[in-house]
Design a protein. Structure first.
Length: 159
């Protein structure tokens, strides 16, 4: 398995994983998420693949066919330089991590997460952050096992 930047040829696998993530969220919060959709359109995904400040990393088997991935990590650069109330720092925000259902239990998530950490460290980021839905305790347990700690908590009142 290797982890590398996503390419246009990876779109079918990325789309499949995006749909899987959406269904996890839909099953946990059907009041907020629509079933059988995804976060990004094809055009948005193409733009993101080409954007150096929004890197997508994919885990692939070296001999896999084009379009077949084991998982992905979507990242976003956040720069707080000159911010009114925050210290000057850069954060690598992990917008989404998904391991394809067929590849779970093979340490794909750990490899993706470690790649993100190594990338962030090499690029001089201060920290790596992400959000995890409370309806996905498996993901929260995974991130805690990777050494992440909560730094803020989102709360709601449904009306």
């Amino acid at each position: 398995m290797i982890v590398r930047r996503a390419q246009e040829k990876d779109m079918p696998g990325i789309i499949s994983c995006l749909e899987q993530v959406l269904m996890v969220h839909y099953e946990g919060r059907p009041d907020l998420f629509k079933p059988h959709t995804r976060k990004y359109t094809d055009d948005e995904l193409l733009q993101t693949i080409a954007d150096d400040e929004r890197p997508i990393f994919v885990a692939v088997d070296e001999d896999a066919a084009d379009g077949v991935i084991l998982g992905y990590a979507f990242c976003i650069f956040e720069d707080y330089a000159g911010n009114n109330n925050m210290t000057d720092h850069r954060t690598l925000y992990v917008d989404d991590i998904c391991v394809d259902e067929a590849a779970r239990g093979k340490h794909v998530g750990s490899a993706l997460y470690q790649h993100v950490i190594d990338f962030a460290r090499a690029e001089g980021f201060y920290n790596v952050t992400l959000n995890v839905w409370s309806c996905n305790p498996g993901a929260q347990a995974f991130y805690e096992a990777m050494g992440m700690k909560p730094y803020k908590v989102g709360m709601e009142t449904i009306l």
